[in-house]
Design a protein around this ligand. Sequence first.
Ligand code: G4P
Length: 547
Amino acid sequence: MILRSKKFNNCQNGSTFATMSFLEEIARRRTFGIISHPDAGKTTLTEKLLLFGGAIQEAGAVKSNKIKKSATSDFMEIERQRGISVATSVLAFHYKDKKINILDTPGHKDFAEDTFRTLTAVDSVIVVIDVAKGVEEQTKKLVEVCRMRNIPIIVFINKLDREGKDAFDLLDEVEQKLGFTVTPLSFPIGMGYDFQGIYNLWGKRLRLFNEANKTRISDAIDFDNINDPSLSDHIGDTAANLLREEIELVTEVYPSFDREAYLAGQQQPVFFGSALNNFGVQELLDAFIEIAPQPLPKHSAERLVDPKEDAFSGFVFKIHANMDPKHRDRLAFIKIVSGTFTRNTPYLHVRQNKKLKFSSPNAFFADRKEVVAVSYPGDIVGLHDTGNFKIGDTLTAGETLHFSGVPSFSPEHFRYINNADPMKAKQLAKGIDQLMDEGVAQLFTLDLNGRKVIGTVGALQFEVIQYRLEHEYGAKCTYENLNVFKACWVEAQESGDADFKNFTQTKAKFLAKDKEGQLVFLADSAFSLQMTKDKYPQIAFHASSEF
Ligand code: G4P
């Protein structure tokens, strides 16, 4: 590995960081995602982080890319929302000496797979939890994915201005339901009607909440020692005594912050606040830039790739189509893993084994996108794509690498897809192929009769696919229901050859190939899946395509 000290001109954002070494550029990047159950406050928190970062001037500038529940059957609305979500796919801004890249994750459960894939490109995560609702379903699912990869996680408990659960009860709930080991780095003083502010254990400061004037946050008051009697002058005797008791309990019950444990995904710091009221957000951001990791090494099938390596490498984690409805253009989002990505330089598209150059790679900022000459590890660049890329593709300076960690999970809904216009079979095949490359849904081909089955995470996608096939490819399709409970990727163990043969013969009508040609078992019920697993202990049934 070569560690460079060569100087680069930083061309991103006409930055004030005129020249900086490659290593300094890496060290100042923080690439993360915010995840939450819908309505916990992810969009609001994102916006407030941008406000503090000076990236936007007023609240409301970031449009929500939420797909509201009322829009479930309105695919035009979905398309409109997808359009908006391009703009918010990556929100980069500078804060203090750091360059922050927030990767947007759709909250809607029908787009959970998009979120899972985006999580392969983040170096850390902030989980937003609603103080009244506690840990919700979608949060649990997303956190499970983060935990599979030991992603460092910070928890932000939001909406403290509302009545909610007791802070200690919530911390318990977070530990139990998410399997976390928490360490509170801030603690609320009261809640809801009695909410007075927070004590920042990280910076040993007090910040008081001024509900009458939400835009004016009190200056932080340094308070090294909360036993100092003057605490009562700020929050009154009763609250001061309660806070002292609570902080004592916090320090007794919870481990102190251990950065190594946080970075290893073994300890999760917790902050409290109210994103809507700008409250507790700055504490979160200030601690975040100090503790959150810079771009991390990433596993490829061949070896571990370090960001500090000289040679460029990166992978596609998201593809966005229909940037311009008049042209069938797509934007492939690449996370840079190592080296520098330079405009107009030929790079190896590993899967296709061909060199490609990009004349206008885009970088994304909260309020604009711009063409960049050089990008660094941790950055996301958007490349105009005419159909070369699919999710998970690797680009390198020349080495053959395959980055792991962009798995497919079992879809929730399955339907046969039929051609409704025999004259347009080619267009249909091409359309399905490209939409699958984008990761809109998964395609399975049944072993027995070659019929094609589309699997999606949410029912919405069937309408999206039908609409896009017609409008973008001139093809028509119909669907037919198919009863599948779960898709499992099947792997024969070496010792079980005879078993495997027996399995493939007996279960032939439930077997299919995914788009990569991997064998998949489409179980029709939880019961039959369990029976099959019991009957064939020599066969491994995997919940995702990467095992
Ligand atoms: P999401 O992206 O996680 O889905 O949530 P979002 O930020 O859109 O927030 C969901 C709702 O919760 C919004 O209200 C938002 O204003 C509110 N909210 C966010 N943070 C706080 C907070 O700290 N305190 C309180 N009291 N409310 C908060 P909405 O009525 O659904 O939408 P809107 O009309 O306000 O946009």
